[in-house]
Design a protein around this ligand. Structure first.
Ligand code: FAD
Length: 440
């Protein structure tokens, strides 16, 4: 069926990419769009429901478009930055405070050096000594010894965004433009796709209702694996984050700081203005949750929600603090949670029409870097639905099960930290006990 503005469209998932897609559909004039989610926006299980996320260029070789990967990364970055700088829905949530990438081992220092040299578009200041690091922030913030740290400071074109507020803003504007949100459980909880005559004709929700549509767009993040056989193209993988409460005086001192990211230790951004909480993540290749799926009995990593982190993750966070801000290293956490994303084998997104089900569109595979593009990603997902996606993007983001045959589930996919291996929640014996359920 050809598309027109009355085409009925269902989006499964009102998270980062689902809200962006809803917004772009509405802006292109689609009048019959409905989004389903088991939770009101911001969903507590959305990876985007977070005080902050990093914004920086991912590709190291934007100097020219000599290879397709650089072209695709540049196009995505330019469209996203256009939104962060100029779109009224997003621009107040972007803070261009700069970004410091650092490492501690010779191999990772060399890797960062290569990336900095390859990025001809940005200017970097090399940070060689502990004093160099300390001087990047006001006195009293970075008091640590930075043992073996080397880094590159990029002062412009990077920083952080208030993720949760940007997500709420995208959903509010989509609603204002006429998109319907059906949220909460059971009515917003999609339990299966509607398979009919070799196609997908909508979705079924936990209240037993069938919702028919001309097009169905699957944007359920890491949970998408529970609704479709992705032929091993998605690996739900979780990371760990924690908050520390700051005093108002500390929050004032920590304002407008660059993001500090050691690719083997962890990262932090300035405390949020409302709650004065400093968020940090320990860095590692991620956790899977290997279980036999109740749906088909196959061994799969299945996401679950938990407002705690493994005690080993807490220790990594505290080690990171000891090296950077020892004055905070023993302060209690006010909040912690695990946060899921879906990794493709090469960490490029998966945005395509399904080859077997013509009415099903996929917008998944954030692969740990899918928030920074919230202003633009929905536009590319709609392009895929309309069949107008830039050919190089379409090639990079295509349905590609051949790349996941005999997938190495333990592949660290270029990430470092901790014991440098993908971990399994089934083997975690101890979790933090933080009374923060109310913040879900
Ligand atoms: P989500 O935002 O998770 O949305 C999925 C939605 O689907 C949720 O709202 C959920 O409630 C809904 N859903 C689930 N099941 C169902 C169902 N059955 N029916 C209906 N709806 C359902 N990216 C960056 O660019 N910069 C960063 O600094 C960064 N940091 C990160 C830190 C951590 C700890 C993690 C985990 C990720 C980070 N990312 C970052 C990645 C980024 O957050 C994700 O790639 C992006 O948010 C993924 O968006 P999504 O829409 O695919 O998934």
């Amino acid at each position: 069926m050809a598309l027109d503005h009355s085409t009925s469209i269902i989006i499964i998932g009102a998270g980062t990419w689902g809200c962006s897609t809803a917004l772009h559909l509405a802006r292109r004039g689609y009048k019959n769009v409905t989004v389903f989610d088991p939770f009101p926006v911001p969903s507590p299980i959305s990876a985007g429901n977070d005080v902050n996320k990093i914004i920086t260029a991912r590709s190291s070789s934007f100097a020219d478009d000599s290879d397709d990967e650089a072209y695709v990364a540049r196009k995505l970055l330019e469209a996203s930055m256009e939104g962060w700088l100029h779109d009224p829905v997003f621009k107040s949530h972007y803070h261009e405070t700069g970004f410091i990438a650092a490492a501690s081992s010779p191999a990772n220092i060399a890797k960062l050096q290569q990336q900095a040299q390859g990025d001809k578009m940005s200017k970097f200041k090399y940070l060689d000594t502990p004093e160099d690091f300390r001087k990047t922030m006001p006195e009293g913030v970075l008091t640590g010894d930075f043992p073996n740290w080397h880094g590159w400071h990029k002062k412009t074109g990077a920083g952080w965004v208030h993720a949760r507020n940007a997500l709420i803003s995208a959903a509010a504007e989509a609603k204002r433009l006429g998109v319907t949100f059906i949220t909460g459980s059971p009515e917003g909880h999609v339990t299966s796709l509607l398979y009919e005559q070799g196609d997908i004709k909508g979705a079924k929700t936990a209240d037993g209702k069938e919702h028919r549509a001309d097009r169905t767009i699957l944007c359920a993040g890491a949970s998408a694996v529970e609704l479709l056989d992705f032929k091993d193209q998605l690996r739900p993988t979780a990371w760990t984050l924690a908050h520390i409460e700051m005093t108002p005086e500390e929050a004032a001192l920590y304002k407008n700081l660059p993001v500090l990211f050691n690719i083997e230790r962890g990262f932090f951004m300035e405390p949020d203005a409302d709650n004065h909480e400093l968020k940090m993540c320990d860095e590692h290749p991620g956790y899977c949750n290997w279980v036999n799926s109740p749906a088909d009995g196959k061994r799969k990593s299945l996401p679950f929600a938990r407002n705690q982190i493994p005690v080993e993750a807490e220790q990594r966070c505290r080690n990171f603090l000891r090296e950077t801000m020892p004055q905070l290293a023993d302060r209690p956490f006010s909040f912690a949670r695990i946060c899921w994303c879906a990794d493709t084998p090469n960490r490029s997104f998966l945005i395509d029409r399904h080859p077997e089900y013509p009415s099903l569109v996929l917008g998944v595979g954030g692969s740990g870097h899918g928030f920074s593009c919230i202003p633009a990603i929905g536009g590319f997902i709609v392009d895929a639905m309309e069949g107008t996606l830039d050919p190089k993007m379409a090639e990079s983001y295509r349905w590609r099960p051949e790349t996941a045959v005999d997938r190495d589930w333990n592949d660290t996919q270029g990430r470092s930290g901790g014991t440098n291996e993908v971990m399994d929640f089934q083997r975690v014996m101890q979790w933090t006990a933080i009374g923060s359920e109310s913040k879900l």
